[in-house]
Design a protein around this ligand. Structure first.
Ligand code: C2E
Ligand code: CA
Ligand code: CA
Ligand code: CA
Length: 278
């Protein structure tokens, strides 16, 4: 038993060391990935549940790692935020999403809004607005087809965020509050910030059928948003029951595995754009 204990201990320490080495390797790899643009965007459809039509897509980043395969953002976004690479990665995301959406429009598919996720750090860098303006001009995408998803954390920098959001709004870019209800901010910003969409976090959506408090929260968010002239997007819709509930509550848009997981640009074309309206 003693021996086993000792083996376990050494296994444990070597695991820890491996973990630290992995982290270090991943950071080195991530720097290379930024230079060599080893990223790809997948797109998850946002559906109007009242008509069944596609309204837009959310761009979600993946990293095509040379040996580890396709890595999800949970594996590297936090790391990128810690070492500052998030700004470069975020710029690539904006450019790629705008270019892709413009390609779809040039192919005469029905127009879609493309949403991109901005990390709070990226949102707070001073060249964001200029970069977005330049990228829209370079790609030729009409700003009304671009939406940024930000979280409630940006409201901590109240005055600065208000200024940036007004600038984005003036350009014609849509503004969406992601993971609504999970941050630690007050609701005061909802009055003054030019917000177009509120996204109900999937943790609430998962529980709407089984858990009364979650159902109440979702109803309240929808009422609140509609009274403020904002549209509501429910994320993480996985079942018919959840969908029925959201339709009954007049939720404007839905997104989730019940309809589709995030897809490559080609899969979006095949499944949603070819043969529909065109
Ligand atoms: P998020 O913005 O809340 O994105 C929604 C996540 O939920 C996505 O995970 C999506 O695949 C997943 N999802 C969608 N429908 C369902 C469903 O029905 N059930 C379940 N269980 N999950 C669903 P993903 O792609 O792994 O992204 C995770 C997070 O990484 C995102 O959460 C976002 O915070 C971040 N992220 C993704 N792309 C970017 C990016 O380009 N920039 C930044 N800064 N963050 C990104
Ligand atoms: Ca999002
Ligand atoms: Ca979200
Ligand atoms: Ca989330």
């Amino acid at each position: 038993a003693k021996n086993l204990g000792k083996n376990r201990y050494s296994l444990y320490t070597s695991d820890l060391l491996e973990g630290a080495k992995d982290e270090y390797r991943l950071e080195t790899d991530l720097r290379k990935a930024v230079e060599q643009e080893e990223f790809v965007l997948h797109y998850q459809p946002q559906i109007n549940p009242h008509t069944g039509k596609i309204f837009g897509v959310e761009a979600l980043i993946r990293w095509q790692h040379p040996t580890l395969g396709l890595l999800s953002p949970d594996k590297f976004i936090k790391l990128a935020e810690d070492n500052g690479l998030i700004n470069q990665i975020g710029k690539w995301v904006i450019k790629e999403a705008c270019s892709q959406n413009k390609r779809w429009q040039d192919a005469n598919y029905q127009p879609l809004k493309v949403s991109v996720n901005l990390s709070t750090q990226q949102f707070l860098t001073n060249d964001l607005v200029t970069y977005m303006e330049n990228t829209l001009r370079e790609t030729g995408l009409d700003p009304q087809y671009l939406v940024v998803e930000i979280t409630e954390y940006m409201a901590m920098e109240y005055e600065y965020s208000l200024k940036v959001l007004k600038q984005l709004k003036k350009i014609g870019i849509g503004i969406s509050i992601d993971d609504f209800g999970t941050g630690y901010s007050s609701l005061a910003y909802l009055n003054n910030f030019p917000i177009d969409f509120i996204k109900i976090d999937k943790s609430f959506v998962f529980e709407i059928v089984n858990d009364q408090p979650s159902a109440f929260i979702v109803k309240a968010i929808i009422t609140l948003a509609h009274n403020l002239q904002m549209q509501v997007i429910a994320e993480g819709v996985e079942t018919e029951e959840q969908l029925d509930f959201l339709i009954n509550q007049q939720c404007d848009l839905v997104q989730g595995f019940h309809f589709s997981k995030p897809l490559s640009a080609t899969e979006i074309e095949k499944t949603y754009l070819l043969c529909k309206n065109n």
